[in-house]
Ligand binder design. Structure first.
Ligand SMILES: Cc1ncc(COP(=O)(O)O)c(C=O)c1O
Length: 465
């Protein structure tokens, strides 16, 4: 549908939706004043595999899986059908005092694939929430409450998190996050947490290996634990990749040391795999690469294949048992209305079926190799300071003349310029500051990856001219 604009130009259907949107919506993570002149507003009519199709039929490759949610492609028919079937049967019911098959089956299947560690009791319980931040709140509150219930260590009230980490936007999750842009304004509202240096390999000293950097950071973590004996109830971290912090990647050795330190100091380890879980790093869960398991595992985003909001927090039996008591106050009374929503659970079950039927992890290993091959030449593009990869996540760090000591001035908005230049080439590459990255749906094919690589190189060149 098209019509004439006041200036005589053609108003497209997309233009009409844009203007209706900008009259009523307040978009997330957006300075609304920048719409639409500085920041274009895409209006998406439908999704198809790795493609997003706008109201005027223009196709854009979703290189970031719509904030890392989508796994098997947009509008994946098997997941769509599972949701439709479930919707015709039972759309929702409260989960307190009530059970339903999708919640039970999903819990059983998540526990069956959960990370394990020799000599440790496995994860045996699943608590549902309805988005990533809520899942993090659940894990933090569970860890804290467990020690309250035990009652013999009243000083165990502190959380340790990693510098440059991100765990969501609600007040508790923001408190254990360390990204100034999101946190600074709300600092007076936040809990007082302890932050340990990030094991980020990009921050390694000249000549230092990623493993060396991880060991240094683990030594810092050890000192932090030593300085707060009996005060720390849990360490929370994003295993292997600090995603919102700029796809900063680190060596699995850090996770092994973190696990040991938590054990020595009697603290819980919370693995936030909301972004990296479900195969992004090459294994189903990132902690598997270190051979460790956490006491609490937070999952969301890809859990439903990217179709519906749902979070699951997996806990050990020891944590669960710590809440069994005659007193209601000792129970974990946390709840959300849509906890364990049947439609979301049905989507998650369908997504897990696809992992098995399509050999997703095996196919991803091939995709990761293709990504590495296509990313390698981009290291030679002027102003690219680093190209790094874990599984099917690839990041390009931009700095003046490729020198990490001379970042671009924030006012230059190199990331935003790259984003716009990539959109002009049919690719959605929403950067993190001056870091451009690929985290595509797993269904992306070689031709689409080649388009992505060409568009990335050209967009960086154009943006940094
Ligand atoms: C590691 C991690 N934890 C938690 C969250 C918060 O999830 P949500 O946006 O669903 O609240 C995110 C979101 O990006 C994340 O990357």
């Amino acid at each position: 549908m098209t019509e004439k604009a006041h200036d005589g130009g053609i108003l497209t259907e997309g233009d009409a939706w844009r203007s209706r949107d900008l009259a009523v919506l307040w978009h997330p993570c957006t300075q609304m004043r920048e719409h639409p002149d500085v920041l274009p507003l895409l209006t998406i009519a439908r999704g198809e595999g790795a493609w997003l199709v706008d109201h005027d039929g223009k196709r854009t490759l979703d290189a970031i899986s719509s904030w890392w949610t989508n796994l098997h492609g947009h509008a994946e028919p098997r997941i769509a059908e599972a949701i439709a079937r479930q919707a015709r049967t039972l759309e929702h019911v409260l989960l307190a005092g009530v059970s339903h098959a999708p919640a039970v089956e999903l819990a059983e299947r998540l526990l069956a694939i959960a990370p394990r560690q020799q000599g440790r009791e496995p994860l045996t319980r699943v608590f549902y929430a309805d988005n990533g931040s809520s899942g993090v709140e659940v894990a933090l509150k569970m860890a804290f409450h467990w020690f309250r219930n035990r009652g013999d260590e009243p000083r165990r009230t502190k959380f340790v998190a990693l510098e440059n980490g991100y765990h969501g936007e609600t007040i508790g999750a923001l408190s254990v996050g360390d990204i100034p842009l999101y946190r600074r304004t709300y600092a007076p509202l936040l809990m007082d947490c302890l932050f340990a240096p990030s094991p980020d390999a990009y921050a390694a000293r000249d000549g230092q290996s990623a493993a060396g950097r991880a060991e240094d950071a683990a030594d810092d973590l050890a000192r932090l634990f030593d300085a707060h004996p009996g005060e720390i109830c849990a360490l929370i971290l994003e295993p292997l990749v600090q995603c919102a912090g700029g796809m900063r990647m680190y060596d699995p050795a850090y996770l092994r040391r973190a696990r040991e330190l938590c054990d020595v100091h009697g603290a819980f380890l919370i693995a936030d795999e909301i972004a990296v879980g479900f195969g992004r790093t090459g294994t189903m869960f990132a902690v598997e690469q270190a051979g460790v398991m956490p006491d609490l595992l937070c999952l969301s985003k890809g859990l439903t294949g990217g179709f519906l909001p749902l979070a699951a927090v997996l806990a050990t039996q020891a944590i669960f048992d710590g809440f069994l008591d005659a007193s209601r106050e000792r129970a974990f009374l946390h709840s959300h209305s849509y906890t364990g929503n049947p439609l979301a659970c049905a989507a998650a079950l369908a997504s897990l079926d696809i992992f098995a039927s399509d050999g997703v992890l095996e196919r991803n290993a091939i995709t990761a190799t293709t990504m590495a091959r296509l990313a390698a030449p981009i290291a030679g593009v002027r102003h690219v300071a680093d190209v790094r990869q874990t599984g099917t996540i690839v990041a390009f760090e931009l700095a003046r003349d490729g020198n990490r000591a001379t970042p671009f001035a924030p006012g230059q908005r190199i990331g935003l310029r790259t984003y716009r230049a990539a959109l002009d080439r049919g690719v959605l590459l929403r950067p993190l500051g001056d870091i451009v990255y690929w985290m595509p749906p797993y269904c992306i094919d070689e031709g689409q990856l080649a388009l992505l690589a060409a568009a990335t190189a050209a967009a960086i060149e154009e943006a940094t001219q």
